[in-house]
Ligand binder design. Sequence first.
Ligand SMILES: [Zn+2]
Length: 223
Amino acid sequence: MSAVEPLIAGTVVGFRQFRLDSAGRLLPLHAGSRAWDPAGTEAACARHPGHRPPVAECSCGLYAWHHAADALSRCDDDTTVVAAVRAHGRVLLGEHGLRAERAEVVALCLPARWTARRRARVAAQLRAAHPEVALHTSPRTFRRAYAAEPLDALGVRTRPTAHARLAAAVHVPWVLGVVALYSVVVWPPALDRVMASGGWAVLLAVFVLWQAWLVSHALDDDA
Ligand SMILES: [Zn+2]
């Protein structure tokens, strides 16, 4: 997290990824291998037993993003799911996410890229293992149900990381390239016309501007 704000006490909704094991338990991706209890998990500092997480100068605490897009854009394998969590107790707020003393899982969401077969199998497994947790099989309904917390009143301005914000933008030139390629195949004279009219210079300029825009937006994140 960047720009760490002072500790607050209260409840804040956040989003994070979990790795599922064969029993449908929710395992953290990075810190430790202890499965979360969806009804309530408490942070423990692995390096300083005397810490009451989160400690600003340390890395301890339960992590969550402020925006669902950040967790959803990082689900790129067959075992990672997204959760909406309610953080309790002492909470450290950053620009992109939070660190909390305690948290509970209020909802789970399956990635859009999974096959229907895997989606159905994991959904049945999660409903059996965690009947108290709401399960969304569509990221769209999940995002509608759990919006980012408005933290402006606390003096904290949040936003998704570049990774989440630019997920769509990086695909635009690819789509345009495919369309251009097919248009030339369907109508070969199109290529001659574009080249003859100096269209290549416009295409090159658009490409360079797009790259510059991506770099400028990516550089201001530390996530
Ligand atoms: Zn610590």
